[in-house]
Design a binder for this molecule. Structure first.
Ligand SMILES: CC(C)(COP(=O)(O)OP(=O)(O)OC[C@H]1O[C@@H](n2cnc3c(N)ncnc32)[C@H](O)[C@@H]1OP(=O)(O)O)[C@@H](O)C(=O)NCCC(=O)NCCS
Length: 209
């Protein structure tokens, strides 16, 4: 694979345009006051069942998450967007662990993560959001690589990852323990040099019945 060299200057996250609009969604950084809209979703024990975090048991956890997102944006390590649909906050999507330098290496990468309100699943909305976040990571932030992972049984997330175009890397067997069993973990990545299909957004932002 032949990739271009890293960008000459390392960008400051907060100086970049951070709001992204798609056909049906608006992605904008999480901000103070979002905890009230997040709480009904993040306190539902079913929502994070296939993710790494546990449902929030107290609204203070949700406020702490919003505060973390603000600090991480200021530090440049994570960008967590609120996903707005019809002017309502219905999920989050983030580029996490944003790193340009690792000791003597340039690495220019981040990891994608997301969740969406259950009542909106299956309408192609996360594919639309993940396509936009991936596009932003490559075209605005100038990343070289984006990684993403999901538990083996998370079929919906696997489909999102495949539809955005990530390349499958490996399955880690019995990788994490939750709910009384070990789970396999699937890993994917995408390089900026593989991200060239400008028709992707058009294909995946069509509203569905
Ligand atoms: C994973 C998640 C983000 C997907 O969001 P979404 O908006 O429903 O995703 P999309 O509609 O863009 O695509 C989902 C695809 O998975 C398919 N799918 C979902 N569940 C499925 C199942 N059990 N079997 C087969 N296909 C399934 C859908 O049919 C769709 O594929 P298609 O477009 O080929 O028909 C959403 O289910 C979610 O928030 N889950 C809880 C949090 C989570 O698991 N986050 C990811 C952690 S890695």
């Amino acid at each position: 694979m032949t990739s271009a060299p890293p960008r000459a200057e390392i960008p400051t996250l907060s100086d970049l345009p951070l709001v992204v609009e798609t056909h049906r969604l608006k992605l904008r950084p999480l901000t103070d006051g979002d905890d009230a809209a997040l709480w009904p979703y993040v306190s539902d024990p079913e929502l994070p069942r296939l993710m790494s975090w546990a449902a929030h048991r107290d609204p203070s956890e949700t406020r702490a998450f919003v505060a973390f997102a603000k600090e991480a944006l200021a530090k440049g390590s994570d960008l967590v967007w609120a996903i707005e649909h019809e002017d309502r906050l219905v999920g989050t999507i983030g580029l996490h662990g944003i790193a340009f330098e690792l000791r003597a290496w340039r690495v220019d990468r981040a990891e994608l993560g997301y969740w969406l309100a259950p009542e909106l699943h299956g309408k192609g909305l996360m594919t639309e959001a993940a396509t936009a976040a991936t596009r932003w990571g490559f075209e605005t932030l100038g990343l070289h690589k984006i990684t993403v992972s999901c538990l083996e049984q998370n079929i919906g997330s696997r489909r999102v990852i495949e539809k955005v175009g990530f390349r499958f890397l490996c399955k880690q067997e019995d990788d994490v323990w939750r709910d009384g069993r070990w789970h396999g973990h699937l890993w994917y990545e995408l390089l900026a040099s593989e991200w060239g299909d400008t028709t992707r957004t058009l294909r995946f932002t069509r509203p569905r019945a």
